[in-house]
Ligand binder design. Structure first.
Ligand SMILES: [Zn+2]
Ligand SMILES: [Zn+2]
Ligand SMILES: [Zn+2]
Ligand SMILES: [Zn+2]
Length: 240
């Protein structure tokens, strides 16, 4: 459980807290299990700690990615989530592609309740959150990856799911006082839901249900600990 990493002089121990942290490797948000040095308050995602020096990805056939521990000289963006690369990242020197370690490890298949979602780098439908096909407001040429349901009815950008998680985090979803930091998520008002609830009531309730289930399932995966399950939301969904 205790391992060394070249960027830190103390051993890091695998610990699990239901508290968010900022990963000192990729500088992105994390939650749940992480490699930690208590003395220095230093945390690494498991994906960052255990990142292989050389990696490949199905979406980039014949490309080789190398792990870098520092950002490149000029601003680079992750091909999966479209967010800036600020620390640890995989870089393909030949094509200039970049991926966060957590994004490289996104599962190809994501079963969400009884709906199967697949990771795609091309989509034909609009994202349930931003209502756009491709990512907007990021660097040109980065479409961003999406999870698409088998029925093709639902699709969401990894980017938009990440924004939703960060939004929840800023709204205190992960840090309430009574020790159960996940409880507040149950009552989290997702901005996207407010928007949709003003529309047709019947389709809204189905939409709300899907969004909440997606959110509950994806949060742990995006934050580097797939074992995190938001039971509060599940209860909420079943009760409705
Ligand atoms: Zn990280
Ligand atoms: Zn230390
Ligand atoms: Zn990313
Ligand atoms: Zn989107």
């Amino acid at each position: 459980r205790r391992k060394t990493h070249p960027i830190h002089r103390h051993k890091l121990e695998l610990k699990s807290y239901k508290k968010p942290y900022n990963c000192d490797g990729c500088k992105e948000l994390g939650f749940g299990a992480r490699y930690r040095c208590d003395k220095c308050n230093f945390d690494l995602h498991q994906d960052c700690m255990l990142a292989a020096p050389i990696a490949h990805h199905d979406f980039f056939k014949n490309s080789t990615f190398k792990i870098f521990h520092q950002p490149q000289d000029f601003q680079r963006y992750c091909y999966a989530c479209g967010k800036p690369v600020r620390g640890f990242h995989y870089h393909c020197e030949k094509e200039g592609w970049d991926l966060h370690p957590c994004c490289r490890n996104l599962p190809n298949n994501l079963p969400i309740e009884n709906i199967k979602f697949k990771l795609r780098n091309k989509v034909s439908s609009k994202c349930i959150w931003c209502k756009k096909k491709n990512l907007e407001g990021t660097v040109s040429g980065i479409r961003g990856w999406s999870y698409v349901s088998e029925c093709k009815e639902y699709h969401f950008h990894v980017h938009c799911a990440m924004d939703m998680v960060i939004d929840g985090w800023r709204n205190g979803a992960f840090n309430n006082q009574d020790g159960n930091s996940l409880a507040a998520l149950e009552n989290l008002e997702l901005p996207v839901l407010r928007q949709h609830l003003s529309g047709n009531r019947r389709s809204s309730s189905k939409f709300t249900k899907v969004v909440k289930i997606v959110f509950k399932t994806i949060v742990g995966i995006l934050l580097g600990d797939p074992t995190v399950v938001l039971t509060g939301l599940l209860v909420d969904v079943v009760a409705n």
